[in-house]
Design a protein. Structure first.
Length: 393
């Protein structure tokens, strides 16, 4: 969206109103105790909102549609939390959660200006221009958001059609990693794009400049905006790569198999320890290495890729156990830690099969190998202890 300066200020005011109403509803819900009655639901909160609008001028100046929709969204979030499908509703923060939703007949007030531009009638703001990235769908709601890079977006809530299977019966395995974002069992290596070398140097310079800025100064705000623009550029490239890759896989293969990984647990921040206070210690260096590994995992968008594959290839995505897929030979099935010579080279010590390590793991994933840690594999030496002789000579 490309609002005028006056519309930009009005949109930010609408975001503040929606965030305030959400946080007040969350505060009411969080203050519940066993000795108190039930927390007010949507009907009671809507009545309280009407009383608050009659009392406070700054709240009455905003759109009642936006504020009531924030209450409906919170009520739905609470229902999803009790159903076990979503996490607990959290606080919305200024500068991080900027946006509001329009539902109903007002969501259809859209006119096409030409082939690339259109305008939407936002309540209490008027007609705001936005650029058409695709044809406007027949949606009953849309959401206006403002990101840290200073960009306004308009997103319509529409369930896209599923991608049909090609019907060839082909199965592909996808191995996700840090160096190689996605390795396919067809020997294809896919790399998720990020910032270029010049952009990385620019980011480092801006971060150094940010450390010398005074807090609350206008110069600090400009540097933070420049940093946010670089991060937004990298995020856009990752999302574009995920969409194109997931669409290509859903169109080419009937069955897609991936590792059943827990990205949130893999990238969990290590717990602080007293012995990490000493700079340069082994544990401090290890913690920094873990932070770098977490950034590498998240930068490859492995979790988002699987989520988009689930959406586009519904019922055709299978998750297999990731145990020992990188140590098992795809030719003979021999498993040993020595098979993995390096990050990129796999050489079986039993049959001499040599291949790219990520491609070898992808072939095992395509075969659906779910190796249990207790299962004995060919060539594996049992670690059971032999009975020891206690008699003295």
């Amino acid at each position: 969206m490309y609002p005028t300066p006056a519309q930009h200020a009005a949109l930010l005011t609408q975001c503040r109103h929606a965030r305030c109403v959400w946080n007040l509803a969350l505060e009411q819900w969080s203050m519940w105790t066993r000795d108190k009655g039930a927390t007010p639901g949507y009907i009671e909160q809507a009545r309280q909102l009407t009383e608050a609008r009659a009392t406070f001028e700054w709240l009455r100046a905003g759109s009642q549609t936006v504020q009531q929709q924030a209450l409906r969204d919170f009520d739905q979030a609470v229902r999803n939390f009790y159903a076990g499908t979503h996490r607990r509703p959290t606080w919305r923060k200024a500068g991080l959660h900027e946006g509001f939703r329009i539902v109903g007949s007002q969501a259809s007030r859209i006119v096409n200006l030409n082939r690339r531009w259109a305008a939407v009638n936002v309540p209490k703001i008027g007609w705001v221009r936005f650029r058409l990235s695709r044809a406007v769908p027949d949606a009953r709601s849309y959401r206006v958001t403002f990101d840290r890079a200073g960009r306004w977006h308009l997103a319509f809530a529409v369930v896209p059609p599923l991608i049909p299977a090609p019907g060839t019966g082909e199965v592909v395995g996808v191995d996700r990693g840090v160096t190689v974002s996605a390795a396919l069992s067809t020997a294809e290596l896919l790399i998720c794009p990020g910032l270029s070398e010049r952009e990385q140097v620019r980011l480092l310079q801006l971060q150094c400049r940010l450390s010398r800025c005074r807090r609350g100064s206008n110069r600090r705000q400009r540097v933070k905006a420049a940093i946010a623009n670089l991060h937004a550029r990298a995020a856009d490239r990752r999302k574009d790569w995920v969409e194109k890759t997931s669409t290509d896989l859903a169109r080419r293969f009937d069955v897609i198999r991936v590792e059943d990984l827990r990205i949130a647990q893999m990238t969990r921040r290590p717990k602080p320890r007293p012995d990490l206070a000493r700079p340069g210690s082994y544990l401090a260096n290890r913690r920094r290495s873990k932070a770098a590994l977490n950034r590498g995992i998240l930068a490859n968008s492995g979790g988002l890729l699987v989520q988009r594959l689930k959406d586009k290839a519904l019922g055709r995505l299978e998750e297999v156990s990731p145990a020992y897929t990188s140590q098992t030979c795809s030719a003979c099935g021999h498993r040993a830690a020595e098979n993995r010579e390096s990050q990129a080279v796999f050489r079986c010590v039993a049959c001499g099969h040599r291949a790219n390590a990520d491609v070898n793991a992808a072939v095992n994933i395509a075969a659906g190998q779910a190796v249990s840690a207790r299962r004995e594999m060919p060539g594996r030496v049992s670690r059971k202890r032999e009975p020891q002789l206690t008699a003295s000579l």
